[in-house]
Design a protein around this ligand. Structure first.
Ligand SMILES: [Zn+2]
Length: 306
């Protein structure tokens, strides 16, 4: 399959979204914030080839080493390029992002087979925080706020108050189903509320096209509706004694079935069941335990074309 090439989109003066079609598994978006000769990067991408292409594209809009690299969360499609950063460029993330980057290692490349990942090394954030942190690119502020657990335990949104631009990480998939297996169903609507409260003019999702103007609340409302649907299915199915896989199959035909990565439904139900069982939010559910149900629901190995 040939995908359109990634595109560096200037969403505000000196603020860039690096958008990678088609936004499916391991094909994510990243960001660059440039001001006064300095720049901050937001996330890297998955394969070595994609990371080298990303760095070449960044060099065209912002020469020199990044002042910092932010990780919006620990997933490999956002962190597998960390090792390509100069040693003098700090990688910044939530304290759980460091823990979970180390715990996950290269598992994403082992379950999402298909691409040539090239050389890989795990480099976790080396500057961590718990609630909020502000980075400065020259006079431009990048506000980081922890809003997890939602997509993962370590979700951070990066908001640029001077530009009304938010980098939402994987709290927002534009065109794909949310993925909450490693995060929290209870926490997800709260994270979406936090994004909504910023009233951003531009929202850069972790995957899929950039949203502007009215598209932003529309996407957030759609994602909130998905969370409500998931909550309803989980409660009903849990009470009826169905397994997550049985519940997903019973509700396979649903209003969100046309969104990409529909197999996430069963992974999300595992998380919802954990919360209905009374486990604390953000309890670790090993992906290796959930993935086989997602493969079964998908009807075979889950393709990845990164
Ligand atoms: Zn993710």
């Amino acid at each position: 399959m040939t995908l359109p090439p990634p595109e560096m989109v200037e969403v505000a003066r000196g603020v860039y979204a690096y958008v990678q079609p088609d936004g499916s598994w391991m094909i994510n978006n990243t960001g660059v914030v440039v001001a006064d000769g300095a720049h901050v990067m937001i996330d890297t991408t998955s394969t070595e080839a994609r990371n080298r292409a990303l760095l070449a594209a960044v060099a065209e809009v912002a020469p020199g080493d990044p002042r910092a690299l932010v990780n919006t969360h620990h997933h490999g499609d956002h962190t597998f390029g960390n090792w390509l950063m100069p040693a003098s460029t700090p990688v910044v993330g939530h304290v759980h992002c460091r823990e979970d980057t180390l715990a996950a290692g290269l598992i994403a490349a082992q379950v999402l087979t298909g691409p040539d990942y090239g050389h890989q090394e795990v480099r976790p954030p080396d500057v961590t925080f718990t609630d909020t942190l502000t980075l400065w690119a020259g006079e431009r502020q990048v506000h980081l706020t922890h809003v997890g657990p939602a997509h993962t335990r370590s979700d951070v949104i990066a908001f640029l108050p001077d530009d009304d631009v938010v980098f939402a990480g994987d709290l927002a998939f534009a065109g794909g189903q949310p993925f909450l297996a490693e995060g929290s169903l209870a926490g997800y609507p709260r994270a979406l509320d936090a994004l909504r409260a910023l009233e951003p003019a531009v929202l850069v999702p972790g995957h899929g096209p950039v949203c502007r103007g009215d598209e932003v609340p529309r996407l957030l409302d759609d994602l909130t509706a998905y969370a409500a649907f998931l909550d309803e299915v989980a409660r009903e199915s849990h009470a009826a004694g169905l397994s997550p896989l049985e519940a997903a199959r019973k509700h396979e035909d649903n209003p969100f079935a046309s969104w990409q990565e529909s197999e996430r439904l069963v992974g999300n139900l595992h998380r919802a069941y954990s919360e209905l069982d009374g486990n604390p939010l953000g309890t670790r559910l090993p992906l290796a335990d959930i993935w086989p149900d997602m493969v079964a629901f998908h009807g075979g190995p889950i393709g990845c074309v990164a």
